[in-house]
Design a protein around this ligand. Structure first.
Ligand code: RB5
Length: 153
């Protein structure tokens, strides 16, 4: 059976993924899932379970978003905290650490988040997949939220 394709109008052009060693396995699972759905991916590493530093990967993810190389990003570390802090250190990047699909949807609708962060040690695979699906298929609502997002700089 042909893989289910993401609806074109909702599919961001390129989704960048980055993780440290704590998020490596989950990144690989999500990569397969998204590739099967037709998303174009940019894998920024890490590429094994060998220990690395999450700021290097969070910042690489932020650069990919800030430079326009990718329109959405997914960052994963053990807790999701370190990589979200790192990703949020670049202007124009709004990284949301989530562990449920409602928050993943709201971070798009209200905050126009362009990076989703997950904790591989705290969030199960199926919940992580739901979060990613909500994040990638939900539009920013605009309206009253525009002013608030603009205040974030
Ligand atoms: C790595 O051991 C761990 O500290 C990292 O994956 C993350 O949880 C940091 O916030």
């Amino acid at each position: 059976m042909a893989p289910e394709k993401a609806p074109h109008a909702l599919a961001p052009e390129i989704v960048a993924l980055a993780s440290d060693h704590g998020g490596f396995e989950l990144k690989e699972l999500l990569k397969k899932e998204l590739a099967a759905k037709g998303y174009k991916l940019l894998d920024l590493g890490t590429n094994s379970s060998a220990a690395v530093d999450y700021p290097d990967y969070g910042l690489a993810l932020a650069e990919a978003i800030a430079s326009g190389q990718a329109s959405r990003g997914i960052g994963i570390c053990g807790s999701g905290v370190g990589i979200s802090i790192a990703a949020n250190r670049r202007a124009g990047v709004r990284a949301a650490l989530v562990s449920d699909s409602l928050t993943a949807r709201l971070c798009r609708q209200h905050n126009d988040a362009n990076v989703l962060c997950l904790g591989a040690r705290t969030t199960g695979v199926d919940v992580a997949k739901d979060c990613v699906h909500a994040f990638l298929s939900t539009q920013f609502e605009g309206g009253r939220h525009v002013r608030r997002v603009e205040k974030l700089g």
